[in-house]
Design a protein around this ligand. Structure first.
Ligand code: PEP
Ligand code: MN
Length: 465
């Protein structure tokens, strides 16, 4: 396990330069919200955080696969039974397909229960010829034009929506939404290509036969199949919020640590950011000497770092040395997002920098094939992504890791369980004219249920062929 760095405090980030930070006009109201947040209980428990870390250690070792997905911007309105259930089910179905394909355990993390803060390229935007503040996520302001001013009350509302969402995730999972004995709806009706349809049907038949067989022989009566772990994550953008939920708590013993006492604690305290199990640092805020890296180097949670075309090779090692000086395996997930056209020229050097250093085999390499592939189409400049570009970046990433002798441990996707029309292509063949049918994202375009499942089938196919 790591240690609290000697020169770190939960607010040491405040002395560093910071990007994407809100300038609230009413500081007294912010102080009131933050003091309320400091009083409220943790949203997640250190024991769960440490359990995820152990799973991620297995991913770093090549023994498991990480599936992470959810909305780009989660709205408070998505804190609702149907939306939560459809996302859990989709992640579960995708993970079954991946288990079948990769023959490995799958670790699931939702971009859920807290993905409320969005970095923006510009603080203002033009809507209907008028300059208005950009939407920065529900924790800061509202999407509707009369709600664009920063509102400090939203900090506390974010906490309550996050905990209500996680409460229902826990309740649904422990009551059997993930109960694999019930038939799942695989809906392959939209797949027109006969060869693809045959491939997907083979997987579905195998999975349903396997589940039925396990039920018959009673092998499904174990905790492993009845309950399915789903961890939560969000971009750790709003440091005032993250700091308020960061607590000095007993460090649960891990299966690897030997010095624990009888209560299962290691007599050691660490700072846990209890807002989520997993936090990541975004592409716009990962400057080595800035506030976000300073904050995240002091907490015990597993951390993601977005890595893209603007990440110098030297920064990558500096980030690992700062955020994971004790070289814990699985502590850092490198979430690579270059775009289909650039991945082959940029990823190999990033892999070599890490794998030829003292951090060899210690990181989780995860591919985010969404953020390097965003394009604007049509007169209105609608943001979209082509399924073919998304799959191409993923396929190239798989190939490059194989060539370099490293392990692609996971995927990071923007998806929803709803039948949205935000990304182009896939077996439904969505084209530009279809985008307006059901485009509901308030930020980046997401894969719909069919496209997300199809991507899982294609990854599975890669492993099996
Ligand atoms: C995101 O994950 O929604 C995001 C903003 O990504 P990135 O930081 O990689 O641009
Ligand atoms: Mn996004």
């Amino acid at each position: 396990m790591g240690q609290v760095p000697a020169d770190w405090t939960p607010d040491s980030w405040k002395s560093k330069p910071i990007k994407q930070s809100p300038d609230y006009p009413d500081q007294a109201a912010v102080a009131k919200s933050l003091s309320e947040l400091r009083r409220l209980p943790p949203i997640v428990h250190p024991r769960e955080i440490v359990r995820l870390k152990e799973h991620l250690r297995d991913v770093a070792r090549g023994e498991a696969f990480l599936l992470q997905g959810g909305d780009c911007a989660e709205l408070f309105d998505y804190c609702e039974q149907g939306a939560i259930e459809s996302k859990i089910k989709l992640l579960l179905q995708m993970s079954l397909v991946l288990i079948w394909g990769a023959d490995k355990r799958v670790v699931r993390i939702g971009r859920m229960a807290g993905q409320y803060a969005k970095p923006r390229s510009s603080p203002m935007e033009t809507v209907d010829g008028r300059q208005v503040p950009s939407f920065r996520g529900d924790i800061l302001n509202g999407f509707h034009l009369d709600e664009r001013d920063l509102d400090p009350n939203r900090l506390v509302r974010a906490y309550h929506h996050s905990s209500a969402t996680l409460n229902y995730i826990r309740a649904a999972i422990s009551s059997g939404i993930a109960d694999l004995h019930r038939p799942l709806d695989w809906g392959l009706g939209h797949v027109r290509d006969p060869a693809l349809k045959a491939k997907y049907s083979e997987a579905v038949n195998f999975l349903t036969d396997m589940l039925r067989f396990m039920h018959t022989v009673g092998a499904d009566k174990t905790d492993k199949l009845d309950t399915v772990d789903l961890f939560t994550s969000h971009e750790g953008l709003l440091l005032d919020y993250e700091q308020s939920l960061t607590r000095l708590l007993d460090s649960p013993s891990t299966s690897a640590s030997s010095s624990s006492n009888t209560k299962g604690h290691s007599n050691k305290k660490e700072y846990f950011d209890t807002s989520a199990h997993f936090l990541w640092i975004g592409d716009r805020t990962r400057q080595i000497d800035h506030a976000h890296v300073e904050f995240f180097r002091g907490i015990a949670n597993p951390i993601g770092i977005k890595v893209g075309p603007t990440t110098p090779v030297t920064d990558l090692l500096a980030l690992l040395r700062t955020l994971n000086p004790s070289r814990e395996q699985g502590k850092i997930t490198l979430i690579t997002r270059y775009g289909a056209g650039r991945v082959s020229s940029l990823l190999p050097a990033h892999i070599r920098a890490v794998e030829d250093s003292e951090y060899a085999r210690s990181v989780v390499w995860q591919c985010d094939p969404m953020h390097g592939n965003t394009q604007s189409v049509g007169l209105g400049g609608i943001k979209t992504r082509a399924f073919s570009d998304i799959f191409s970046e993923l396929q190239q990433t798989l190939r490059i890791h194989k060539e370099q002798g490293s392990y692609l441990g996971g995927v990071h996707l923007e998806l929803t369980g709803d039948a949205v029309t935000e990304c182009l292509g896939g077996s439904e063949g969505l084209d530009e004219d279809d985008l307006s049918t059901n485009y509901t994202s308030f930020c980046d375009p997401r894969l719909n249920e069919k496209q997300a499942l199809e991507l899982a089938f294609l990854i599975a196919d890669h492993y099996r062929s």
